[in-house]
Design a binder for this molecule. Structure first.
Ligand code: ATP
Length: 566
C-alpha cells in the first residue's frame, strides 16, 4: 500500500471530529487491509509502530526532527525553528516546506507503508557510536521522497503526536464494523465486548484484528500470555463500608489497601519471571529481589499475579509513602544500592493465570484460595494481602480501623463471585479510604511564574476525562515545595513538563497530556470557565503519579457524582 493512501485517511480522520464518522472511515480502511497482509499498518493508525504491550519507543527528539527537516528540505535549522514558532507543530512545518519544494519529487519513487514501517521500526534498534547519524539518515530516507501530506504525518509519527484522534474505543468499534456484519445491535454490542476483552489480554490490535478476521470464536479462544504486560483491573470508590457492601454484595472479601504501586508479576512456561507496572513498563531489572522472592516463595510452573509493591525502611520496618518508591521504578543504575535502602514487600491480591490456564472467568473467591495456596507468607518479602471475609458491618469496620492503624491507605472490598476484567474499572471491588476529596488529573497546560519563580512553570491547568476527550477542570498552583529536596517541587514538575511542551504563548504553555497528579480540593462547583463545566475549589497538588497515564485519570462522571453530593 502507498503511504499516501494512509495519509489521505489520516487527513480525513483529522477533518472529521465525529467519533461515528471516524469509526466508519477506519472500518472502510481495515476492510482493505484484510486482503493486504501488511497488518503492522494497524499500529500506524494510532500513530504507533509497535504493539501497545511492547516497550520499544521511537525516542526521537524534536531537535533531531528539525535537523532532518533542514537537511532534506535544503534549508537551515533556524528557518525550521521560526516556522515551528509560527505553526506550533513540526508536522505542519514539514507539510509547508515540502509543498514549497520543487516538483521533481513527483517523479521520484513513491513511499510505501512497508518502507515507512521498516525505517521507523529500525530506529530504536540503533545504539552507540554513530547512532544519531544513522537515525538521521533513516528519517531523511523517508522525508526525501515524501509529498507534503506524507511529510506531515511522518514527522508527527516520529514525535508520537499524530493528532488524528483514534483512541482505543474507536479502533475497537472499527474492527467490529470491518469484520462483523450483524444487523442486530445486541449482537454488535456483544462482538464489541469480545473484541475489547481480546485486546485487554493481548494489548495488540494487530493480533486482535487478525483473529477477528477469522471469526468471533477465534477471539474468544485467545489466552493470556505470561511474560507480557497486561492492563490491570481497576476499582471504584465508595465513601462508606455500607455503600461498599451494597456495591459488592455480602459476604465480601476485605483486604488492606497498601500505599505502594501496582505490580503485575508473570512467570512463563520457561520459568522466566517478569514484572510490569500499571503503565505496562517492564521493571524486572529494577526489582531483582522481587524476582528472587517469586522464584523462592511462589509455587507453579507458570502464573500471572496482581499485587501491590510497598517500600519500607529497612531499619525501622516502617512503610514508606509511594512517592519514595518512584525512584526505584525509574532507576537504571546502582540498582543494588537502592534495593538495600528502599526494599519492597509484595502483597499479592489476585491471580489471573496458573499453569497454562486463564483464571479470568473464575470467581474471585476461587482465585483467592488458589493464591493463598501458592504464595507463601513471608513478611517484608512477599505474602498474600491481609484479608478478611465477612458479611458483618462491625467486623468490617474493625478491619478498616486496623488497616488505618497499621499505616495503610484504607481497605478494598471485593465481590467474591466476580471475574477479573483486565483494563476495566468495574465495580467488582471498591476502595474505601479516609481522604475523599482527591482526584487524579492530567496536566494539559501551565504558566511560568514571575519574580523569584520566573523561569519555572508554577501554575498548572488540569483536566479530567470524558470518554476520549480531556476536559479542563481547574488551575492549581499550591501544594508544591520550593526545593526538590523537600518533596515534589515546581522545579521538578517544570523539568518533567518541558519535554511535553507543544506550544508557547507568552507565559503560558500547552503540554501533551502525560503528567498525572493527585489533587486534593475542598469542593467542586459548576463553572462555565472550564470545558468540563466544573471547577475545583482550593485545589492542591499532593503527589505526582508516575505510574499513571491520562487513561487512568478521574472521569467527568466521577466529578459529577462528587459535585452532586455536596
Ligand atoms: P488510588 O489513587 O486511590 O490509589 P487508583 O486510581 O490507584 O486509586 P484504583 O483502581 O481506583 O486505582 O484503586 C486501587 C489501587 O490500589 C490499585 O490500582 C492498587 O495499585 C492499589 N491497591 C493497594 N492494595 C490493594 C489491594 N489489596 N487490592 C487491590 N488494589 C490494591
Amino acid at each position: 500500500m502507498l503511504y499516501q493512501e494512509l495519509c489521505e485517511m489520516y487527513a480525513d480522520l483529522e477533518k472529521n471530529q465525529s467519533r461515528l464518522k471516524k469509526v466508519e472511515l477506519l472500518a472502510a480502511f481495515l476492510k482493505k487491509l484484510k486482503k493486504n497482509e501488511e497488518n503492522d499498518i494497524i499500529y500506524l493508525l494510532q500513530g504507533k509502530v509497535f504493539p501497545d504491550y511492547s516497550e520499544k519507543e521511537l525516542g526521537i527528539s524534536e531537535k533531531l526532527v528539525i535537523k532532518a527537516l533542514a537537511k532534506s528540505g535544503g534549508i537551515t535549522n533556524g528557518e525550521i525553528v521560526s516556522y515551528w514558532k509560527k505553526f506550533g507543530d513540526l508536522g505542519m512545518v514539514a507539510e509547508h516546506i515540502t509543498s514549497k519544494k520543487r516538483q521533481n519529487t513527483l517523479f521520484s519513487v513513491r513511499l510505501s507503508v512497508k518502507k515507512v514501517l521498516e525505517n521507523l521500526q529500525r530506529l530504536p534498534t540503533l545504539e552507540g557510536n554513530g547512532a544519531v547519524e544513522k537515525k538521521l539518515s533513516l528519517i531523511c530516507e523517508l522525508l526525501a521522497p515524501a509529498g507534503a501530506l506524507e511529510a506531515k504525518y511522518i514527522v508527527r509519527t516520529l514525535l508520537v503526536d499524530l493528532r488524528v484522534g483514534v483512541a482505543a474505543g474507536t479502533m475497537r468499534d472499527a474492527i467490529a464494523r470491518a469484520c462483523f456484519f450483524y444487523d442486530d445491535t445486541e449482537k454488535i454490542k456483544e462482538a464489541i465486548t469480545i473484541i475489547q476483552e481480546a485486546y485487554d489480554i493481548s494489548n495488540d490490535w494487530r493480533v486482535v484484528f487478525e483473529e477477528a478476521c477469522k471469526g468471533l470464536s477465534f477471539l474468544e479462544r485467545m489466552n493470556l500470555l505470561p511474560g507480557r504486560a497486561i492492563k490491570v483491573m481497576l476499582f471504584l470508590k465508595e465513601s462508606s463500608i455500607e455503600e461498599g457492601f451494597n456495591r459488592v454484595g455480602r459476604p465480601a472479601l476485605l483486604d488492606y489497601k497498601y500505599d505502594g504501586f501496582r505490580m503485575l508479576i508473570t512467570k512463563d512456561e520457561k520459568g522466566t519471571i517478569s514484572l510490569f507496572t500499571r503503565r505496562l513498563d517492564n521493571v524486572t531489572k529494577q526489582f531483582p529481589e522481587v524476582t528472587d522472592y517469586v522464584a523462592k516463595f511462589v509455587t507453579g510452573k507458570s502464573f500471572i499475579l496482581d499485587s501491590e509493591a510497598v517500600g519500607y525502611d529497612p531499619q525501622t520496618k516502617k512503610y514508606r509513602p509511594f512517592q519514595d518508591m518512584s525512584q526505584r521504578i525509574k532507576r537504571k543504575y546502582e540498582i543494588k544500592k537502592l534495593q538495600k535502602e528502599l526494599p519492597v514487600e509484595i502483597n499479592v491480591f489476585d491471580i489471573l493465570y496458573h499453569n497454562g490456564v486463564s483464571l479470568l472467568k473464575y470467581p474471585f473467591l476461587q482465585r483467592r484460595k488458589l493464591l493463598e495456596k501458592i504464595v507463601a507468607k513471608q513478611s517484608y518479602k512477599i505474602q498474600p494481602s491481609i484479608a478478611l471475609i465477612t458479611d458483618e458491618q462491625k467486623k468490617a469496620e474493625l478491619f478498616y480501623i486496623q488497616a488505618l492503624a497499621n499505616g495503610e491507605e484504607g481497605i478494598m472490598m471485593k465481590n467474591l463471585e466476580a471475574p477479573y476484567k483486565p483494563g476495566a474499572r468495574v465495580g467488582y471491588g471498591v476502595k474505601i479510604k479516609p481522604i475523599d476529596n482527591e482526584f487524579d488529573l492530567v496536566i494539559v497546560a501551565a504558566e511560568y511564574g514571575t519574580g523569584k519563580r520566573a523561569g519555572w512553570l508554577t501554575s498548572y491547568t488540569v483536566a479530567c476525562r470524558d470518554k476520549e476527550n480531556l476536559l479542563e477542570i481547574g488551575k492549581v498552583s499550591t501544594g508544591l515545595k520550593e526545593k526538590e529536596s523537600e518533596g515534589l517541587s515546581f522545579v521538578e514538575l517544570t523539568k518533567k513538563l518541558k519535554p511535553f511542551v507543544t506550544s508557547e504563548h507568552g507565559r503560558s504553555v500547552h503540554v501533551k497530556p502525560e503528567l498525572v497528579v493527585s489533587i486534593v480540593y475542598q469542593n467542586i462547583q459548576k463553572s462555565p470557565t472550564y470545558s468540563s463545566g466544573y471547577a475545583l475549589r482550593f485545589p492542591r497538588i499532593t503527589r505526582l503519579r508516575d505510574d499513571r497515564n491520562s487513561r487512568d485519570i478521574a472521569t467527568l462522571q466521577e466529578i459529577k457524582k462528587e459535585a452532586e453530593k455536596k
